[in-house]
Design a protein around this ligand. Structure first.
Ligand SMILES: Nc1nc2c(c(=O)[nH]1)N[C@H]1C(S)=C(S)[C@@H](COP(=O)(O)O)O[C@H]1N2
Ligand SMILES: [Mo]
Length: 238
């Protein structure tokens, strides 16, 4: 399971760490709901013809959506907003995103329900590079991420968001994200279980505290480190 990161241009790390106040939220993960089947109305194996040659033969992605189908978008009007406790709120077009420093990383993708895909190449903008564009204000300690599917949300602490393996991804296997995988923009929270990697992402709001996401209010652990349960070694920061 090769793990590589490549920065193609220097970013501008915010270089600011905060002490986090999320102790206690993790207990949510021990409730029975954690092992719900993820309630998927639409689960299909990802063997799209165009990707047949690049998706590893052993184990493919399962496609999840909590709504009925995949939300449509128009590349011309799509915007990713950065709001909340930031010095400069942003509304970024796909062209704006393409002009920011691009980062590539190859990471394993692991769903909490057990399936896993090794060595997935992604590219896009590091979450921390994106946040640096807006500047996180004092008091901002977490992110709430939203999807234009109108239903899914996710959360990260600011310390988690500042890691160098949290990517706002626009490509996968060297091609623009497919709609089923979250086009045009998804998060890849590489060291965490897949449910953190929100698809069809359209909003990043800097908040004072963690606001548990879609599956987290349904029982999943807010602190979703891969390795807590299966021996992976990605180091948590908190
Ligand atoms: N908007 C949205 N994002 C989502 C989900 C979802 O249902 N809706 N499912 C999550 C879960 S549980 C996993 S494992 C991954 C799966 O990514 P994939 O559908 O690209 O395989 O997406 C995550 N992001
Ligand atoms: Mo998942």
């Amino acid at each position: 399971m090769e793990q590589t990161d490549t920065r193609t241009r220097a970013g501008s790390p915010v270089g600011r760490r905060v002490v986090l106040g999320v102790v206690g939220l993790g207990v949510a993960g021990v409730v029975a709901g954690r092992w719900l089947s993820e309630g998927v109305s639409d689960v299909v194996a990802s063997t799209a013809p165009g990707l047949a040659g690049v998706i590893p033969a052993a184990g493919g992605f399962r496609i999840y959506t909590v709504t009925n189908g995949y939300p449509p978008f128009d590349p011309a009007t799509y915007r990713l907003t950065v709001s909340g406790l930031v010095a400069e709120p942003k509304s970024l077009s796909l062209d704006d995103l393409a002009e920011l420093p691009q980062t590539q990383m190859t990471k394993d993708f692991q769903c909490v329900t057990g399936w896993r895909v090794d060595d997935v190449p992604w590219s896009g903008v590091l979450l921390r590079d994106l946040l640096a564009e807006s500047g996180v204000e004092p008091g901002g300690q977490a992110l709430q991420l939203t999807s234009f599917d109108g239903a899914y949300t996710e959360s990260l602490t600011l310390d988690q968001a500042m890691r160098d393996d949290m990517l706002v991804a626009t490509t996968m296997y060297g091609a623009p994200l497919e709609v089923k995988h979250g086009a045009p923009v998804r998060l890849v929270a590489a060291p965490m279980y897949g449910y953190k990697s929100i698809k069809w992402m359209d909003g990043i709001e800097v908040t004072r505290e963690v606001i548990p996401g879609y599956w987290e209010v349904r029982g999943y652990d807010v602190d979703a480190w891969v390795g807590r349960s299966n021996g992976r070694t990605d180091e948590p920061v908190v």
